[in-house]
Design a protein around this ligand. Sequence first.
Ligand code: 3HC
Length: 672
Amino acid sequence: MIRTEQTGPILTITLDNPPVNALGAALRSGLAKAIARAADDISVGAIIVTGSGKLFSAGADISEFGKPLADPQLPDVLAAIEACPKPVIAAINGTALGGGLEVALACHYRVALASAKLGLPEVKLGILPGAGGTQRLPRLVGVEAALKMIVSGDPVSVAKALASGLVDKVVENAADLLTAAAGFADSPARPTGERAVSGDAAAADAFAAANPRLFKGFTAPTACVEAVKAAATLPLTEGMAVERRLFLELVAGDQSKALRHAFFAERAAAKVDDLPKDTVKRDIARVGIIGAGTMGGGIAMNFLSAGLPVTMVETNAEALERGAALIRSNYEATAAKGRLTTDQVEAAMALLTPTLEFGAVGECDLVIEAVYENMDVKKQVFGRLDAVAKPGAILASNTSYLDVDAIAACTSRPEDVLGMHFFSPANVMKLVEVVRGAKTAPDVLATVMALGQKVGKVPVVAGVCYGFIGNRMLIPRQDNALALVMEGASPEQVDKVHTDFGMPMGPFQMTDLAGVDIGWHRDETRIDNLKDALCAQGRWGQKTKAGFYDYDANRKRSTSPVVAALIEEFREREGITPRAISDEEIVARTLYTMVNEGALILEEGIAQRSSDIDVVWLYGYGWPRWTGGPMFWGEREGFAKIVAGLEHYTDRMPESFSIAPLLRSPQPEPVA
Ligand code: 3HC
């Protein structure tokens, strides 16, 4: 856990707790003892604290939260470091996050390797830095820069940290780090807590007023501001007490539990339980994409950005050119925002080979089909792929609903076939549902899961069924939303329940964005439901400036009198007398039904684990992270309450509706 080594008067303490040097109880205790011993030992003149492996430390051990924390507490260990009469120098050998950075902040000097990143990501776990981060960081960098790091949770580069005063010296080569740190051995002990803060409470309020986006929905950011204000106005010990109180309140709160769940859920999703440990992955040196539309182009960008060459195939030259131009303009827009250099744009574009030659995918190790969502078209593409793809190439379909086994059956190698369902915009949304067919080989699945992670995606395994995990859960939500409108609700009311809940948009806003005409039979004379009526009138959603809502030239949404009249007309036609619909009913029929569908998905083995379903909704649809995802939220809400709500409205649901037995089984105690 802790290694110590003395060279002359310098004692080096190394945090050694793989994989990320998390500051669990044993490490805290070891560190406290080592500091105490060094303080007492007259042969020690200075102390260096560093980390083993690639990281300095990823901070507190998150898995310890929610249980009583064993002594010593991290703030006490850090107080001892700060109070040490001998100089303590942090030699930051790699990324330092959360409590890890707080260790460094409590040291008297900080020397960092240029490649390291420094951050306080606690806010992303629904808490605030609880070991002096909110008190010491403002003393080094000022109120505004500190709040930027603490409230965004985003790490800064060492170059930035040097400029702001967070680190004292930067070292380019790891081999020089300890020597550079030893350069401070003769400097005086310099407690951070005794420094004055630049900036005041007003600066903290100004930061909050200027960054409303960082605060929306979450409770921790406001507490971060309060703690930093305490740093600006109170002596260290009193500020530390404010920080402690806020930390303990937050860590026990529902949001932090949900956000911690999301953290571990994301990491669990990467694991496929039944894959043999010794599965050898296939090499993927070049990726082929069939289709240069918005989806194909977005998918291609993931690989190009990660440095993987892409061959993009289209059937007509104009579409191909348009697709390649769209990729370029997306990259250039990112560069205009300062998030890419021109060189990076050119490097990514140089990896793209647009072609009209289908056979060109023969040199690819993975080919992703992103053509029109139609089974006959997909089958045809896979038949052709089978003829040209090299042996061992992985063949993936970006279908969002269709039967991957039926697609695989069009090839002579169903073991090489799976689904890779990207979400739009595919270069932005992190989720990829990796659809495992009945015959998909273990190494094919393992390869695609690892590749997904490598290119910065969050891959989640799903089994074959209509709509897989995410879109299947949309079905009861959308069906009920439409039925609720027929029965008396307005699209606005239904959408508002969802946006108040924290969803980025409600069911009707989403339909308008995706296209009301998706799945439409395209026969204007056949009007079976409200959606058909909208489609027949050309109200296809945002793209035609009219859907369930009206849209102006800037896509600003407003209530549509035309739709209101259409709804009236439909109710009359169906003999429905509209009634007042409560928000509770909307919750039961559009959110509880999703939890129910999730439970069915779990029972059928379509998802490996409940938390995978949460990850799908968090990363694919913007489900509010502070609720942990639909299944975590459902557990917190209580399955008994959900079942009661669903039973109450069962007679208003389609005949096919059934309550998942899993929701009726005894529920384990909610995670503390
Ligand atoms: N506590 C416990 N486990 C942790 C952890 C932590 N702080 N950080 C990472 N882990 C675990 C992961 O769960 C994973 O476990 P698994 O292999 O069993 O799934 C393993 O370490 C490796 O992590 P990653 O897969 O995430 O590895 P990466 O290399 O992709 O990323 C990382 C490394 C950037 C450090 C990333 O793990 C990370 O962001 N960790 C969380 C950092 C964080 O939030 N720190 C703040 C903690 S709260 C705190 O410090 C409170 C303090 O103020 C008192």
